[in-house]
Design a protein around this ligand. Structure first.
Ligand code: NAP
Length: 313
């Protein structure tokens, strides 16, 4: 059976672009499909200061351009082309796109996850101007400042703990009267003197001028509304993994809907790999995503070598 490509990578964020670079460098006929613009989460980072090898802060878009240039230099092809579904027949996947069907024996899913939003007035307007979805990325800009964290899961607690190293004025608001986070993490958060937890409290409006200045809070057990001066609002209320295109293949998902892989980035579907934010992983960072992309392409190239000449040409 003839395949159009050795490998198709879906999603051109840090994970997909790195996977494309490694696959192309391993001499695989590599196609990277992206529905919007390459870069993924990189594109929304104003100043990236924790990517190893770049000691001076650089705009995320510059890093993503470098990723892309490097992938192309080794021969990966990037197409702006939406993927609808991926199906599998025998050993070959069929990737159904806006431009028709493409086949390959290996597919890497690097479609990422979207941060769940509060959906309140001001959230979108102040995104990047005090509203953030990543404490590691943006927390250092608010060192010593008053910061609000919304959420009550592992991510909210983890990120509030990170912010508490930068400021002693971290206010955490959660809509219920107990955390969803794992007990040990929840207890550490509650004991942290730099974090003030406000239960039964919801953020309703984010206000400011050029940047965030205050947030309107609603105490839902007392029906009270008040405003609080803050310099930043960090939102960690879960994320939505973008698994739609591969759902028909039935990859194993964790409770939160992320794709489960082993440490070689293999899913339970032979030839299907998942990397970056769509994968069940404990630490969602660009550097982690890039590393996972490299591992997946390495694993996939071994798998393809085994199939070549047997299941496809
Ligand atoms: P999560 O576990 O789904 O928790 C989301 C939190 O946000 C919940 O407390 C939820 O409140 C709240 N929430 C949801 N929608 C809201 C809304 N519209 N307004 C206000 N609050 C809202 O999400 P996560 O914390 O991002 O974690 C996702 C997955 O990654 C989990 O499996 C988690 O275990 C894992 N993770 C693990 C670690 C770690 O192990 N250190 C760190 C980060 C993430 P309710 O509680 O009322 O539903």
């Amino acid at each position: 059976m003839r395949a159009d490509r050795d490998i198709i990578i879906i999603g051109a964020g840090a994970a997909g672009l790195t996977a494309a670079q490694y696959a192309a460098r391993a001499n695989l006929n590599t196609l990277l499909l992206e529905e919007l613009a390459p870069g993924g989460q990189c594109l929304i980072i104003d100043n990236l200061e924790n990517y190893p090898g770049f000691p001076e802060p650089l705009p995320g878009i510059e890093l993503s351009e470098k990723f892309e240039e490097q992938a192309r230099r080794f021969g990966a092809e990037l197409q702006i082309n939406s993927v609808h579904t991926v199906t599998k027949k025998g050993k070959l996947f069929t990737v159904d796109t806006d431009d028709g069907e493409l086949t390959s024996p290996a597919v890497i899913v690097a479609t990422g996850a979207q941060h769940r939003k509060l959906g309140i007035p001001g959230e979108e307007d102040f995104s990047g101007r005090g509203v953030s979805y990543c404490a590691t990325c943006d927390g250092p800009f608010f060192k010593g400042k008053r910061m609000l964290v919304a959420g009550g899961g592992d991510a909210a607690c983890d990120e509030a703990m990170f912010l508490s190293k930068l400021s002693d004025q971290v206010i955490m608001v959660h809509r219920r009267d107990r955390f969803r986070a794992q007990r040990a993490l929840a207890e550490r958060t509650l004991k942290n003197p730099n974090i003030e937890v406000r239960w039964n409290t919801e953020a309703k409006v984010i206000r400011g001028d050029a940047k965030v200045e205050e947030v309107v809070l609603f105490r839902n057990d007392k029906d009270e509304t008040y405003s609080e001066k803050v310099d930043a609002v960090f939102v960690f209320i879960g994320s939505i993994p973008q698994t739609q295109v591969v759902k028909d293949l039935g990859p194993e998902l964790d409770e939160a809907g992320y794709i489960v892989t082993n440490q070689r980035m293999e899913t339970n579907v032979p030839g299907l790999y998942a990397v970056g934010d769509v994968r069940a992983t404990p630490f969602r960072q660009l550097v982690v995503a890039a590393g996972e992309g490299a591992i997946a392409s390495h694993t996939a190239s071994q798998y393809i070598d085994e199939l070549r000449g047997e299941a496809y040409d």
